[in-house]
Design a protein around this ligand. Sequence first.
Ligand code: HEM
Length: 483
Amino acid sequence: MEPHQPSAITGPQAEFPVSARSSSSIPGPFGPFTGLRLFASRDLHAAMRKLVETYGDLVACRIGRRRMFIVNQPEWIREILVTQHAQFTKAFSFRRLQVVLGNGLITSNGDFHRQQRRMIQPAFDREHLEQCAARVPATTARICSQWTSQQACDISQKMLNLTATFLVQSLIGEELGDDLQTLLHAVAEGNRAYTDTRLLPGAVWLLRLPTPGMRRLRETFRRLDELAFRLIEKRRRDATHHPDLLRILIEARDERGRPMSDRQLRDELVTILLAGFETSAMGLTWALGLLAQHPDISQRVQAEVDKTLAGRLATLADMPRLDGCRRVLAEALRLYPPITILGRKALQNVRIGPYSIPRGSQVVFSQWLLHRDPRYWPEPDRFNPDRWTPERQHLQQKYSYFPFGGGARICIGEPLFWTVAPLMLATILQHWEFRLAPNATLDVMPQVTLRPRGGLWLIPQARQTQPVSPSFESDQRESGRDA
Ligand code: HEM
């Protein structure tokens, strides 16, 4: 097919003819494996960008007999995620995640997903999130007080540790101790396996192969299962009321009054854990990397933190005066969205913009591309947290920014992230400043989430602030009351 002038299909919806155009007229590269070649590219984002620059905002590719379309228009992405979401199901790539997540919120579909989402939603209600957030400053201060000043460290590992500790605490009301390593290990192994087998549609079956790599992966997942079932069993036996997320899941009932089975509880628990801590950790990692790269912005945010907190632990009530931290995170999620590509499969013929997309096609769209598209973002590659001042942020075109997805499948943890992550960032910046280690870069490595290639190496420098109060717990109770 001939390269196409993007302007021919990127105009406003009103200009399109009423009857939909056939998908065979959608431009794209020629060949039966163009989709596979795309996902095999060393730099997937650059390859996708090249395709949309060449063919326009809707690009046709093939994966054998399967048809795949790249969609690169905010309005069409809104159609897929919001207005026509019922015509789509999760893309086939999610099937591979089922190996570890089972049939939890991320991987389930249809009525079952709707019912589960209704049952789980109360765990993410405002009141409960505020209870979770009350612990954040003390937990963060304690964990980051163990870092070593002036010694280069991979900040992504520190952030994984922090967010996993916090999320486990919120889910089960206590810390995991040695079991935390089981969790971190499962995520690292799962990431590696997901990346290595990204291309193979039958990758789920690879797990059964008797190779050392697959045996190791099976053992990792077995240990994760064992941990999840042990936590559920423990919480069931514990009659005292802990208002933690797992208690809410155990007490949830469907419309016929039935609780979740242990298997379903395991799937939801592992899904929330794995979906929540790695994405949040990467959001914080990129934010700290960007601040290290931009000392002027870092100093401004730090001045705001110092003025607001004056050496004490943060509370939720401080959030309006810590808005710089929120803006830094919003801008980090724009430049380095932890999830960079989403996909759906059409359940029937669906109209997207002027075209009819055939049933069974895959559609993929990328936060990475849209978040750096100069049509929607002036100076798109510039780190500028001021884009997110309350006055400016409402000027953005909807779905030119969607780090948490959108519509019925929008991230259930988004409110938790916005309640907790600014408090974590403020607490870290209260005690530490960072510079990039020699030769450190912000190179990306897309795995299940967008990770820094080879880690993100920063040199933390302890700041001259008041020492962290040793009585974290009493401070925390105070902050809980304030909130
Ligand atoms: C920066 C942090 C986060 C990012 C960027 C992120 C991103 C996303 C995205 C893009 C989706 C939608 C996937 C799709 O439509 O196919 C999603 C779904 C989901 N996220 Fe997050 N997430 C974050 C934090 C969290 C947290 C903290 C939790 C839980 C504690 C969580 C749990 C989930 C779950 C359970 C779903 C599936 C929701 C459903 O389909 O009903 N996420 N997330």
